[in-house]
Design a protein around this ligand. Structure first.
Ligand code: HSE
Length: 328
């Protein structure tokens, strides 16, 4: 399977290091970071690239752009893991549409283009008889899209509730268990590298709302947008509120929920008993699906992280290989 990889930040380096370590029948034939690119149909020396990146150097040739890689590399799957832009989805949207138009499969962790242009991109993929997969956009290592697409075939999913932001969950856990202030807990979360570049996307609930939009559109094809989600973040939660909840053996969690029958799409802090299945700790994510046949199912796992997100990306690449003959 020949892969062109765009983006060599934490997720891109995680993918490259797992391909180096595990092989998996994946050859990286094109690669670009924000400043440079490399194309080599025989396979790029990943070890050398990772050493260069860790030394703070561009991965490749500064005269080669990400679009050069999309247009000129020899690949079956474009892996798009550049930083997300939730206003326009660019430049990822252009990378993705260009690859799909060339008849190449696409796998992405990029929330912007999937939240903004889900239908348009899937239609384009269909038109060109290729796959567009985006497991890594939601809930990190939890294979929620695969579960929805395959594990629950024949079920009607009636509702979805979840913890979809590790940063907020970490902050609430640290505030309630260690008595940290909101500011101290946020500073710790930022040091861990889980928070978005602008952490207000996390604490104001925008990041989990984007993930809710992606999942709602994946499950119900509703064509909803971020503007339709009622959002309250955790930035007004006080240690006192958590202490009071604790007195009743409860706690506070930022819950994203979608219930189409009630036209409800909401992200808000909720008081939950400590024994509730969604009360997970630290940076974990958790998702509950309410279904007509399988009942209520809850999945828990790491919602972010270099290798955990690489797990979702690699799962999508290998799934495409299983589905399509002719991918080398
Ligand atoms: N900032 C996000 C989080 C990263 O904390 O969950 C994963 O999308």
């Amino acid at each position: 399977m020949k892969v062109a990889l765009l983006g060599l930040g934490s997720v891109g380096q995680g993918i490259a290091s797992m391909v180096l370590k595990k092989g998996l029948g994946i050859t990286i034939t094109g690669l670009a970071d924000s400043k440079s690119g490399i194309i080599d149909a025989k396979g790029i020396n990943i070890e050398e690239i990772l050493v260069r990146k860790r030394g703070g150097n561009p991965a490749g040739d500064t005269s080669v752009s990400a679009m050069d890689v999309v247009q000129n590399a020899d690949y079956d799957v474009l892996v798009e893991v550049t930083p997300t832009n939730i206003s326009t989805g660019e430049p990822a949207r252009t990378h993705i549409t260009s690859a799909l138009r060339k008849g190449r499969h696409v796998v992405t962790s990029n929330k912007g283009p999937i939240a903004l242009h889900h239908r348009e991109l899937l239609t384009l993929a269909d038109t060109h008889h290729v796959s567009l997969r985006y497991e890594a956009t939601v809930c990190g290592a939890i294979p929620i899209i695969h579960i929805l697409e395959h594990g629950l075939l024949g079920n009607q999913v009636k509702a979805l509730h979840g913890i979809m932001n590790g940063t907020c969950n970490f902050i609430l856990t640290r505030m309630s268990e260690e008595g940290l202030s909101y500011e101290q807990a946020l500073a710790e979360a930022r040091e861990m590298g889980y928070a978005e570049a602008d952490p207000s996307y996390d604490v104001k609930g925008i990041d989990p709302a984007i993930k809710l939009v992606i999942l709602a559109n994946a499950i119900w094809n509703l064509g909803v947008t971020l503007h339709e989600v009622e959002i309250t973040g955790i930035d007004q939660i006080t240690p006192e509120a958590l202490r009071l909840a604790g007195e009743d053996d409860a706690t506070i969690r930022l819950i994203a929920e979608a219930i189409p029958a009630r036209q409800l799409l909401r992200v808000s802090p909720r008081i939950l008993p400590r024994s509730h299945p969604l009360v997970v700790k630290g940076t974990l994510n958790a998702v509950t699906l309410e279904t007509d046949m399988a009942g209520s199912l809850t999945f828990i796992g790491k919602g972010a992280g270099s290798i955990e997100t690489a797990s979702a990306i690699i799962g999508d690449i290998l799934f495409i290989r299983e589905q399509y003959d002719g991918c080398s």
